[in-house]
Design a protein around this ligand. Structure first.
Ligand SMILES: NC(=O)c1ccc[n+]([C@@H]2O[C@H](COP(=O)([O-])OP(=O)(O)OC[C@H]3O[C@@H](n4cnc5c(N)ncnc54)[C@H](O)[C@@H]3O)[C@@H](O)[C@H]2O)c1
Ligand SMILES: [Zn+2]
Length: 356
């Protein structure tokens, strides 16, 4: 698949074997590895890879900082990198964000290859070109747009993800499919068991669907000025859940909780029929594995976090909700009372489902 972006067209390939050595040829390169991924795969997928020029990072939000990006730049400067050199990142969204930022600022942009190893990075974040770093306690507040030149996806990596991280990726897959309305919801219902069992053939079809779905939005509105904002569906709530739980809830599972909120509020506004609301709820509860603490759903904390959301442009709360017949729209008139009512409903639902 090719993705058109403002300064290049980049490619996404699904592969069965990561043949990096062959791909980089005689170019000077530096690999930034998720340390955990290297440790798991050093005897198999990466056994023939020359790692004499590699950096190993713990995929931890605390290292997603400008200091880490600068450290990588220093190593590239010492090598030294030339115009044909390549930065390669192997890991999930954390490694992607750090290396994308470093690749963007070094020499005003160098060649960059990304091999995503989490389901979330494979099905969602690898395309779209966003790079984000944390600053002090502010998550993702620094950022640029800089896509890799090439993305190589080997779905077999997802077999070693923890259940929490795997379901985090499935949350984003569910989001795309619920956004795709009736067809997407039916597909999810039909294949949810296979997805939960990490059936690679089934995942392959959903990976393709997710990337094709996202591609339309990012090509039409690369810089988030219009239609791409709809991809933020479930995220205003999701970011608030992440923040209030101090990131104990992985991103994609917070998005699933956000889907439940958008679902409940849309129903309360008369925009969604009862049958669809229940079908979406039934899907979403299967995508949550973290033990939730009901304190994380305290209305004043969640509403406070939503008010701090960096996407908010007015005094009112903003969210993407369903409009009639499963279309989506951004609303800027969400009232705190509506959020509060849905949070109470969410807690009862989660308690009933033994998740809280
Ligand atoms: N740039 C973007 O467009 C974008 C979009 C969404 C999220 N993000 C960012 O991505 C981050 C979340 O990324 P993520 O969910 O991909 O995960 P991650 O990078 O946080 O990794 C999650 C965990 O999985 C481990 N891991 C990675 N691959 C593995 C594998 N194959 N087997 C076993 N363990 C593996 C990591 O070591 C880590 O412990 C957040 O910082 C978020 O802000 C960025
Ligand atoms: Zn997301």
């Amino acid at each position: 698949m090719n993705i058109n972006s403002y300064n290049k067209t980049y490619t996404v390939d699904t592969v069965d074997v990561i043949d990096l050595q062959n791909f980089v040829g005689s170019s000077v390169y530096l690999i930034v590895f998720d340390k955990k991924v290297y440790d798991i795969y050093k005897g198999t997928a990466f056994k023939d890879l020359d790692v004499s020029r590699a950096v190993f990072l713990e995929a931890d939000e605390n290292c997603k900082t400008i200091d880490t990006a600068v450290e990588i730049c220093k190593i590239m400067a010492d090598i030294p990198f030339n115009k044909n050199s390549i930065l390669i990142s192997i890991g999930g969204g954390i490694i992607q964000d750090i290396t994308g930022f470093a690749a963007n600022i070094y020499n005003r942009g160098i060649r960059w290859i990304f091999i995503p190893t989490t389901l979330l990075a494979q099905c969602d974040s690898c395309i779209g070109g966003k790079t984000s770093l944390n600053l002090m306690n502010y998550k993702n507040i620094l950022g640029t747009f800089y896509a890799p030149d090439r993305i190589m996806i080997d779905l077999n990596f997802v077999t070693t993800l923890s259940e929490d991280d795997y379901l985090s990726g499935l949350g984003e897959v569910a989001k795309f499919n619920i956004m795709a309305a009736h067809d997407g919801i039916e597909l999810l219902e039909r294949h949810i068991d296979r997805l939960l069992h990490r059936d690679i053939e089934c995942l392959r079809a959903f990976l393709k669907r997710s990337l094709e779905f996202k591609k339309k939005f990012i090509e039409e509105d690369e810089f988030d000025k219009g239609v791409r904002n709809l991809l933020n569906f479930a995220h205003t709530f999701g970011h608030a859940f992440e923040s209030v739980s101090h990131y104990a809830i992985p991103h994609g599972q917070a998005v699933t909780l956000g889907l439940l909120m958008a679902n409940m509020i849309s129903f309360d506004r008369g925009l969604l029929d009862h049958n669809l609301k229940c079908r979406i709820e039934k899907l979403c509860v299967r995508l949550i594995s973290v033990k939730l603490d009901y304190h994380w759903f305290e209305p004043s904390s969640i509403i406070g976090a939503m008010k701090r959301d960096k996407k908010r442009t007015s005094e009112q709360l903003t969210a993407v909700l369903f409009k009639s017949d499963l279309g989506l729209e951004i609303v800027h008139d969400l009232r705190p009372e509506e959020v509060e009512r849905s949070l109470l409903e969410l807690i009862s639902y989660l308690k009933l489902s033994k998740l809280c």
